[in-house]
Design a protein around this ligand. Sequence first.
Ligand code: FPP
Length: 264
Amino acid sequence: MWKKWFSRKRNEENNKSFESLDRGRIPKHIAIIMDGNGRWAQKRSLPRAFGHRAGAEALRSIVQTASEVGVQVLTAYAFSTENWKRPTDEVSLLMSLLSDYLDNEIDELDDNDVKIRFIGNTDELAPILQHKIEKAQTRTAQNVGLVLNLAVNYGGRAEITRAVKIVAEMVAQGQLRSSQIDETIINQHLYTNDLPDPDLLIRPSGDFRISNFLLWQLAYTEFYFTHLYWPDFKPEHLLEAINEYQNRDRRFGGLKNIKPHNAK
Ligand code: FPP
């Protein structure tokens, strides 16, 4: 089981960060932009493909650690609606890494009670990959551990546009009045409708942008940036990010310890 895996890998330093986490304030939902694979490879004079492979490996250990510390949802940005602009070889490689990930990890993920989900327009993926995605989702649907949400062919603007279209159609069909449209209705038609919003967004690689990721859901998320490239992002870095999150002061637009003006 992972517990053993993590204990074996723990060194004194990350054991300290592990023990010092406040177990009552673990972020429920962590979102990650897995950036910097290409630069990681370039730094080593390797083809970009090596960086993406190392990136998939990094995800493996982060999923294990997130699950062990009690994170409920981990959303990882694996392929954006804009990533189709990359050369054919790179797109094919990313798709086959995803397919390999499902083939190679599914048993261990399932054994560890992980529920795999996909967000994004998976209808546009190759039928064989769609089939694997379907199988992985169905196989793990009843699991009650970490929800691993993989964003593939995902874009925040496309997701919001899709939700607006569904809601507009409901109005056109007379199932809803336009005056009834509110944030709850929009939220109900996002891919993440049954999940809490991310508490923490991690973006490695030194870029400071959200790249069309979870635009609606990140409204009050805490951001954590690091210069490490994604393949170098190890369990101890996740613990560091959670540690920093636990020292943030989240006010959601209000003031701390002050009775809200609109309180009943
Ligand atoms: C961004 O780095 C990363 C991606 C576009 C793909 C992320 C994919 C993986 C980590 C591996 C496959 C995923 C799974 C779930 C197995 P970049 O290529 O933009 O890096 P760069 O900015 O340094 O060029």
